[in-house]
Write a protein that binds this ligand. Sequence first.
Ligand SMILES: [Zn+2]
Length: 344
Amino acid sequence: MTLKPLLTLLQGAFLMFCMITAAQNSDDNFRERYAATITAEDLSTLLYTVASDSMQGRMTGTEGQKMAADYLRTFYQNHNIPPAPTMEGYYQEIPAEYFTRMENPVRSENVIAYIEGTELPDQVVVLSAHYDHVGMDGDTIYNGADDDGSGTVALMEIAEAFQLAKEQGHGPKRSLLFLHVAGEEIGLYGSRYYTEHPIIPLAQTLCDLNTDMIGRIDPLKNGNDNYIYLIGSDKLSQALHDLSEEVNNRYVQLELDYTFNADDDPNRFYYRSDHYNFAEKNIPVIFYFNGVHEDYHRPTDTPDKINYPLMAKRAQLIFHTAWEVANRQDRIFADKLSEQKEQN
Ligand SMILES: [Zn+2]
């Protein structure tokens, strides 16, 4: 081999390396640019409305819950984020009969918005948060700012960031479904209803990233304004767990705490929010959670007590994770499940 073809080969390889690096860098730039549109200020503005007294604690089936649903629908309309393909509007009606353990069953609704993927639109990443709360006790309003006003407005901001990316030609390859569920506080009804009546078939649902309480600091973490608890990430899909760690290391650098992910955790948080209905159907999940605090399920869970900069950082982690699942080359699967099957 003479020197000349070797040089050409090396030059070619170098050029290829530069191109890949450039593509990676520009993708990095876009991700970070859109993630940065999720701000403490925007989250605060939205949360002061969602958790305002006028929403009357958002108890499933009440006027306050309907007002919150309407607020979500209007937000998506105003941002040109459409409902899911087969839906006539943003509401997925849940019939009264479905609420079997409710004293006086009334119908309710999940609110669903959708961003269609540009290359693999049939595959969907679900992002969920419950927008209902526990309502009122006499004249006392349970505002539910952290639970789960925080998850509700995080989803709105994440959707807005992805929609902006799409409008600027950087939309996700796979689709995203923003699922605001009702009936969580009275028994995880809305998410169960969705998984029994999915808008996109569950076989094409890659994961559920569920956000329930991300605006506060657990007293056990007193003074730590850079952590989040992750629950469930490695239970069904190692690929999901690994990419979640990777995007966090690369873009966000939060301290990911897996304390409550332990199989023998006495709090059993894994079973206590909406992602569990997806996990039960073998869909990989991550539950994003700040832990409980003195205002949990009290009238004092109000928007003035939220740590907005921390909440923005946590929402950005969820954004980056969704971006990675939606845009990476290989789709993720419940790979641990197939491993278990092979072993049996
Ligand atoms: Zn909750």
